[in-house]
Ligand binder design. Structure first.
Ligand SMILES: Cc1cc2nc3c(=O)[nH]c(=O)nc-3n(C[C@H](O)[C@H](O)[C@H](O)COP(=O)(O)OP(=O)(O)OC[C@H]3O[C@@H](n4cnc5c(N)ncnc54)[C@H](O)[C@@H]3O)c2cc1C
Length: 448
């Protein structure tokens, strides 16, 4: 019989309170980590705290459209449960086994973000356990409000999320998607801006197939569908956006239309998808890569990075991108900044007036010397007041990093929740230990 939430919580509180020493600690979950595998990472050998049984939905309040759940709940399980109440989460990350805890602690964006921001922006309360085993309830306006804001995007370095309370939205059983084609960025931007202003779509994302083929995917929740397609076997979703003018999917199939990979689909060939497509997807690929990481030279791991570009800077970025990198297709996800985020440095944010950003995601770029490309992307992003997710290779120097992320707020919370630094520091975990390093390396100019 599954232990209650309180019994499970008591267990890890005791473990943390009785723990001696300050060896690094990381979380053991049931599902694969959706961070890009890093063969050299030092964190793989950190001591593990098992929270794999924190994967239950505790309540769904249909009248107030609120869900309370544990962090290990996957988006697949959450969508299945909430749809029974004609409700859906405000944001659903596109891979079935991404968890809601990981979406808050890491990143979360998808085609509803143009209206509601990330999954974390629709959370109302977190239960967080500190390194010393203290249980803190955090809301946007209680005494733990800074921790509430800073827990997002800090990759488990400020505490363990053990329970989340978040909003749900009304649902319908199907999604109709209309694909609009554009041959230049200017017209593409105009169309995105118009829907952003009118908020007349349930979902908006797109695929940039090449420098002169831009697809805008406009999604509508609907009660009926003349037919439906799914993309969890032989079909590839992103290519269908250039081949079709319209499509219908069940709502769950729409949410997980990229479960085989957004633009980096596995298996690659139709025959292999026919043979193995039912069992292989982005999650199984990640699991295999994590298991086999010692045998995979890191330079063979394709470049995978989400870049968040202020809407007003997208021309400058794309001009540079086509000249310097020129890898297509790209995933384009409009993202509304719903809150002045405490985890971004004041100075960095002061130069940003845009309410709308575009996530331009590079997935599966196979290239020699990937570090060179990660670095020039980082430098360009900083130059135009843009940021990236920290899920893959990060080469920021400490100064460059804390010019973007908010060191002051981070240290205020860290002192409170993990004074002995057993969860590792954010810069150390995402930029050094992830590359097998203990300390910053002198800059090298490795060239292309
Ligand atoms: C191929 C690929 C595609 C992706 N596509 C998208 C996308 O489209 N949209 C998007 O939003 N994201 C995307 N991501 C990023 C992914 O959503 C984030 O990396 C997310 O954080 C992963 O969540 P997870 O549940 O797998 O958690 P994990 O990968 O296990 O954890 C992520 C981080 O959160 C911490 N963490 C996890 N659970 C907790 C907890 N309970 N308390 C405190 N800290 C915790 C971990 O320590 C870790 O540092 C993608 C990643 C990959 C590799």
């Amino acid at each position: 019989m599954q232990a209650t939430h309180e019994v499970k919580l008591d267990r890890i509180v005791k473990q943390l309170k009785q723990r001696e020493g300050t060896a690094y600690l990381k979380l053991k979950k049931k599902t694969v980590s959706h961070m890009v595998p890093k063969p050299e990472s030092k964190t793989y050998t950190d001591e593990k705290l098992d929270i794999s049984d924190f994967d239950e939905i505790l309540s769904i309040d249909q009248r107030n459209r609120i869900c309370v759940a544990e962090p290990g709940v996957t988006f697949e399980k959450l969508v299945e449960a909430t749809l029974k109440h004609d409700l859906i989460p405000a944001v659903v990350s596109e891979l079935k086994t991404i968890t809601i805890g990981g979406a808050v602690a890491g990143c979360s964006i998808e085609s509803m973000s143009y209206k509601v921001g990330g999954f974390h922006d629709n959370c109302l309360e977190y239960e967080v356990v500190t390194a010393k085993g203290e249980v803190l309830n955090c809301t946007p306006d209680n005494e733990n409000s800074l921790l509430f804001q800073m827990i997002h995007g800090t990759f488990g370095t400020l505490g363990i999320i053990t329970k989340l309370t978040f909003k749900l939205l009304p649902a319908k059983p199907f999604v109709r998607v209309v694909y609009e084609r554009f041959e230049n960025l200017d017209d593409y931007k105009k169309a995105i801006w118009e829907h952003f202003e009118n908020k007349d779509l349930d979902f908006m994302d797109g695929i940039i197939h090449s420098p002169d083929l831009f697809i805008l995917s406009k999604g509508y929740l609907v009660d009926e569908a003349p037919y439906t397609h799914n993309y969890d076997w032989t079909r590839i979703y992103y290519t269908s956006t250039a081949e079709r003018s319209e499509d219908y999917l069940t709502t769950p199939d729409y949410f997980f239309r990229y479960n085989k990979g957004v633009t980096n689909v596995h298996p690659k060939t139709r025959l292999l998808r026919f043979l193995f497509g039912r069992i292989m997807n982005a999650n199984t690929t990640l699991r295999m890569a994590t298991i086999l990481r010692r045998f995979i030279p890191s330079k063979l791991i394709p470049v995978t990075v989400d870049t968040f570009i202020p809407f007003s800077k997208i021309e400058e970025f794309m001009d540079w991108y086509i000249k310097e990198i020129d890898h297509f297709p790209l995933w384009c996800v409009p993202y509304r900044i719903v809150h002045k985020y405490e985890w971004i440095s004041e100075d960095f944010f002061d130069n940003v007036t845009d309410e709308l950003f575009l996530d331009i995601a590079i997935y599966g770029m196979r290239i020699k010397n990937s570090e060179f490309y990660y670095k020039i992307i980082e430098d360009k992003l900083t130059e135009i007041n843009a940021i990236k997710t920290l899920i893959s290779t990060n080469l920021y120097s400490k100064n460059e990093f804390w010019n973007v992320w908010n060191k002051e707020n981070y240290e205020i919370v860290k002192k409170r929740t993990d004074p002995d630094n057993i969860f590792r520091d954010l810069y150390d975990k995402t930029c050094l230990a992830a590359r097998g390093l203990d300390e910053e390396q002198p800059k090298t100019n490795s060239g292309r």
